[in-house]
Design a protein around this ligand. Structure first.
Ligand SMILES: Cc1ncc(COP(=O)(O)O)c(C=O)c1O
Length: 453
């Protein structure tokens, strides 16, 4: 008799094309098919349980199947599932906008909704571009990004992306951006100080010579995510922000991965008291429940668009599901839980716990570096700890380690040779410890061929 799993696996193979996936490899493996979630665990159709060790791609906050969040959606569903923001408003979209303005850095007073991090970035880029045009300043049309940056997969977001593996194939169809080095201390021969100096010097040079061509700098504040969870040296973001201000270049903070408590502050910008001109949030905004993103703008940016209609300064951009009431309602409920459960303090305590538990792994022969900010952790595996020689990409060390973790009951997805550990913020210390044990066991068994004991 054909089981439900087999039936779904065949349909999956026949009809689904998965993101960021070589389907030839995937179709030769037994697919994981999730049926439900409870707390910080996901359960597959065969009844196996897995810790959600990467928060379903970095977005889950309070766990799965959370009664308060489910209820917010159900209540809103009883009113209306969707109505547009084109020319009208809805209650949750208004209330969430007010809430977002209250919790984001000072000066960000306007909220423009969309439905994913990439669309939020796309909006920020277009706003920055049109801002200068509306102000009557000609020529400020290009963008600065950082080496290995990732801002999503739409064409504008890819144009300010700088990960060759993902982005090079599309290069001919992208607009060019200026790329400055990201301070990747572990792989900089001068260490943290020199890496920071190199970044600031490159930005300074560019601004000094070409600020009149540049609309904005876009940055993943404090932690560059998709490049391998790389943490900036202290002061880097603040100094970059100050330089942008000095040279009249807008600052776009892409908080899609870092926002909503992930780094131990509500937003990574808060860690260095930076107020960007534009800020993009997504992922954790709805607690990881529904696809809502937002681009927040300062009054200065907003006012450049605020004019008589015939001045043609309108921002002509929108998406069908912009300001979706179900998504906004669950985002409001999630933010309420942040306060009621004192989530930020919880993250700081749990982050210290995780740091201490991970310390034992630092000495393993193939653990090059463990990087952490809050509950955002990347473990870089290397072939040679002394020379820091990386594993060859073809060895797929990250993939193999993550697959081992899955066998042991935890889900995660690597970034090349970097093992990602981004647990839901609601994880208890006992759950964190269980996940770290699985991580350790997977890393040791794959890189050393042994076992923890
Ligand atoms: C910093 C950053 N920006 C943008 C995005 C894109 O978000 P989305 O996948 O929701 O389009 C991501 C996704 O990982 C991200 O990490």
């Amino acid at each position: 008799m054909i089981t439900d799993y087999q039936r779904l696996a065949v349909m999956n193979k026949n009809h689904l094309w998965h993101p960021f996936t070589q389907m030839k490899d995937y179709n030769n493996s037994d697919p994981l098919i999730i049926e439900r979630g409870e707390g910080i665990k996901l359960y597959d159709v065969q009844g196996r349980a897995y810790y959600d060790g990467f928060s379903s791609v970095w977005l889950n906050v309070h766990g799965h199947n959370v009664p308060e969040l489910n209820q917010a959606i159900t209540e809103q569903l009883g009113l209306v599932a969707h109505s547009t923001l084109l020319g009208m408003a809805n209650i949750p979209a208004i209330e969430l906008a007010e809430k977002l303005v209250a919790i984001t850095p000072v000066g960000l007073n306007k909220v423009f909704y969309s439905d994913s991090g990439a669309t939020g970035v796309e909006i920020a880029i277009k706003m920055a571009f049109q801002y200068w045009k509306n102000k009557g300043v000609a020529g400020k049309t290009s963008f600065i990004t950082m080496n290995q940056a990732y801002h999503g997969d739409t064409i504008g977001a890819v144009s300010v992306g700088a990960i060759p593996l993902y982005h090079d194939v599309f290069r001919p169809m992208l607009f060019p951006s200026h790329v400055i080095p990201y301070p990747y201390a572990y792989r900089h021969e001068g260490g943290e100080t020199k890496a920071l100096e190199a970044t600031l010097a490159a930005l300074h040079n560019l601004l000094e010579t070409r600020a009149d061509e540049i609309a904005a700098l876009i940055v993943e504040p404090i932690v560059q995510g998709a490049s391998g969870i790389i943490v900036m040296p202290p002061g880097c973001l603040r100094q970059m922000a100050a330089m942008c201000r000095k040279y009249g270049v807008l600052l776009i903070a892409d908080e899609v991965a870092t926002g909503f408590g992930r780094t131990g502050a509500m937003f990574a910008c808060d860690l260095e008291e930076v107020s960007p001109d534009l800020m993009v949030v997504g992922k954790g905004l709805t607690g990881g429940y529904l696809p809502v993103a937002a681009t927040l703008a300062s009054d200065v940016v907003y006012e450049a668009f605020y004019a008589d209609y015939d001045e043609q300064k309108t921002f002509f951009h929108g998406h069908s599901y912009t300001g979706n009431p179900l998504g906004c309602a669950v985002a409001l409920a999630s933010l309420k839980l942040f306060e009621e459960r004192n989530m930020l303090e919880g993250v700081r305590v749990k982050a210290a716990f995780v740091e201490q538990k991970l310390a034992a792994l630092r000495h393993r022969p193939h653990v090059g570096e463990i990087r952490q900010k809050g509950l955002m952790i990347g473990i870089e595996l290397v072939r040679d700890k002394v020379s820091r020689e990386p594993y060859d990409w073809a060895e797929q060390i990250g993939v193999r380690t993550s697959l081992r973790a899955r066998e042991l009951g935890m889900l995660t997805r690597p970034l090349g040779n970097v093992i990602v550990f981004i647990p839901p913020l609601a994880s208890s210390e006992a759950e964190l410890e269980a996940m770290i044990n699985i991580l350790a066991e997977s890393i040791i068994s794959v890189t050393e061929g042994g076992s923890v004991a």
